[in-house]
Ligand binder design. Structure first.
Ligand SMILES: Cc1cc2nc3c(=O)[nH]c(=O)nc-3n(C[C@H](O)[C@H](O)[C@H](O)COP(=O)(O)OP(=O)(O)OC[C@H]3O[C@@H](n4cnc5c(N)ncnc54)[C@H](O)[C@@H]3O)c2cc1C
Ligand code: FES
Length: 270
């Protein structure tokens, strides 16, 4: 991991309150792997004091660049929207473990809820590069907030979208859509797929139940509030089975869905 400067190359609002930022940071881009994240200071001032974590959305090793995709939720992300091309961010990364992709994997399923799509596009690129047949389920509240549908299609993935208001694709949540898909493709586990998910807590819990029922190996990328980002402060601990705690920043952010004690963590994700 590196503590380094990352220069803003491009910064665009791609949907209302959602931004994509391209950063030039050769050291991080050459080591980054899908599922890892960066921990960045937001400004030169002491407020906000703590760094903010963002998943690595895309990796361009040739040009020494990475992308992040973020949603404005509070002070830090609001301030970040002001960063213009040329601005230098103080960035720590790449951090965390990343997704595990078995070298013999033939079929993958990606499930993204809202901004949860952020770490999954670069994973999709990696899967396609390895010749893995990849099916993508993307859910959002409304049509304008469906992110990365075209990018996944351009990769050659089969993409299904759902919206909670029915304005595009399946009418309902992404887990409803996925459940319907499983019920009409009950033999899916025969192809030994791996499932990769990122989204809100309610989605994780549903996906964990479904994948257990259909015997599908599932990895989830968790989000938790962070301070140090490198495993020292224990601020990002989540409870796993057996009454043990793990650090999202250092032991994760990617965990096997079977490993997490979902009910015990409900407070953390509300
Ligand atoms: C490993 C990891 C990767 C992440 N990747 C992305 C990403 O790619 N894109 C993206 O938009 N967001 C991502 N997040 C969440 C992002 O870090 C927070 O939204 C951000 O730090 C909020 O900062 P803020 O100052 O704007 O909000 P604050 O003012 O600090 O908080 C505003 C609201 O957001 C909630 N919040 C703050 N931090 C988090 C957090 N870490 N997880 C969940 N809720 C939080 C608070 O509870 C509060 O309700 C990631 C978080 C982690 C841990
Ligand atoms: S944020 Fe400090 S241990 Fe994870």
């Amino acid at each position: 991991m590196f503590l380094t400067e990352a220069t803003v190359i491009d910064h665009l609002e791609i949907a209302s309150g959602y931004y994509r930022m391209i950063l030039e940071t050769p050291k991080i881009s050459c080591q980054a792997y899908p599922g890892q994240f960066i921990h960045t200071r937001i400004s030169d001032q002491y407020d906000p004091l703590l760094r903010r974590p963002f998943s690595i959305h895309r990796i361009d090793r040739k040009r020494g660049r990475i992308e992040i995709l973020y949603r404005v939720v509070g002070k830090g992300t609001h301030l970040l929207t002001k960063a213009r091309p040329g601005y230098k961010l103080d960035v720590f990364g790449p951090l965390g473990n990343g997704f595990k992709v078995d070298r013999y994997l033939k079929t993958a399923i990606i499930i993204a809820g809202g901004i949860g799509v952020a770490p999954l596009l670069t994973l999709g690129e990696e899967l396609v590069k390895r010749g893995v047949s990849t099916r993508v389920f993307i859910g959002a509240k409304t049509r304008g907030l469906i992110l990365c549908e075209n990018e996944f299609k351009e990769l050659g993935c089969e993409v299904r979208v759902s919206t909670e208001d029915g304005s595009s694709g399946y009418f309902g949540t992404v887990t409803d859509m996925f459940r319907d898909f499983l019920l009409s493709n009950e033999d899916i586990s025969g192809s030994s797929p791996s499932l990769f998910a990122c989204g809100p807590y309610s989605m994780f819990r549903e996906v964990a139940l479904l994948t257990r029922r259909f015997n599908i190996y599932c990895q989830v990328s968790l989000e938790e509030r962070m301070a140090c980002g490198v495993g020292v402060c224990l601020g990002c601990a989540v409870r796993v089975k057996g009454g043990v705690y793990k650090r999202v920043c250092k032991d994760g952010p990617v965990f096997s869905a079977e490993e997490v004690a979902w009910n015990d963590n409900s407070q953390a994700y509300c």
